[in-house]
Design a binder for this molecule. Sequence first.
Ligand code: AMP
Ligand code: ZN
Length: 465
Amino acid sequence: MLLYNTLTRRKEVFAPGEPGKAKMYCCGPTVYGFAHIGNMRTYLFMDWLRRCLRLCGYTPYTVMNITDVGHLVSDADEGEDKMAASARKARKTPREIADEYTAAFFADIDALNITRPEITPKATEHIPQMLAFTQGLLDKGYGYIIGDGVYFDISRFPAYGALSGTDIERQQAGARVEVNSEKRHPADFALWKFAAPEHIMQWPSPWGMGYPGWHIECSAMAREYLGDVFDIHTGGVDHIPVHHENEIAQSEALLGRRPARYWLHGEFMLVNGGKMAKSEGNTYLLRDLSAKGYSPLHFRLLCAQAHYRSKLNFTFEALEGAKASYQRLLALLRSHADGAARSDTAPRMAAFAEAARDDLNIPKALGVFWGMLRREDKSRDVYAAALEMDNTLGLGLREALREPPADAPDANAEHLDAEAERLLALRQEARANKDYARADGLRELLQGMGITLEDTKEGVKWKKN
Ligand code: AMP
Ligand code: ZN
């Protein structure tokens, strides 16, 4: 399998440390608010990566962190604590905020048919590992303590900047006015920040009460669950210049080796050609799309149409197109379900796998999939091959097919469509697990789709608004 490695700037043959396995770490959400559809694009990329690895014969093992400690507005340790700001606004505790949005996050990735990572560790449950990591760096002379925290000294790590190709010396020459004048280099970053007494989330440390830096969270949790060296590290492209550069510096400084061999980054989603930003009022959530009649799987199909290393421009016209495509796809698939022709789908399967193998070219694989459905004679073989391909595409076709087509006699007000059925089942499962916050997240997604739930003694009832 070929993967584009940001570190070497070329496609490389994937060669895992342990044959047949793929150990990966994916940077997860900071749970101070809802994840937007741009974030979701990055998690879809992670999901397709795992599915393609599986198709190519590897067993992926994935760790994705939940950052439930507030880190600061800028990646470079400046600005306000996001979690504290969100909590203050909602008149809740940071813990309540983190739990609420963690649940909402899982509701969203379930709805998108993203397979849950094997491990989703919370930062707050791994403070001892972060303290040990920081102590190790201090012992080796890579850290120093100043008034507001413990910092990593990048001058001690000459390889700094390899991932993004940043020339750190030049950066210092043209350094902007420094916020923290005690830092030895503007790019030095916090391993541990001291907390003011009113700061709610804080822990004791050998250096004083405080909280971990964002980068150390990922390094410490990756090491805890994947060991000193693993195979793949992923995130969005915005993580290249600071977050991942810093993760590499810390881990390599402490452990003597680069933590991961392959660094993969998903490109950004734009909205109407511009950046998605709260200040622009264009940060859509999955539930905003549901409320307009687009299911999470329509959004998934939209994302499947662009390669993960290309920017993807989100518009409602494009989403409308994806919705129509999804429906056409189901109709075509149904037309093959009872087809009598015999069809040799092996060459199509091979072309599909070839696309997946080439740096997860999902758009190309999708093209093979469409071509097969359109051009082959109506055949049960095609039907079976299409469902097999969907193990990689993840469009939830098997479930969607259980739903009668839109023009069938029982497709009426008494009937929940497959998507709603699926979300309802996920909610019941969440309730059974006493995961009420996630259940509420799913209830809200359904509400957005015009379906109101009522929990009664006889079980859950629903009605369409
Ligand atoms: P954050 O919670 O800000 O750390 O972001 C979560 C993930 O979403 C990270 O991997 C980011 O790189 C990614 N991300 C943020 N904005 C976008 C966007 N507009 N398009 C795609 N991915 C994004
Ligand atoms: Zn990370």
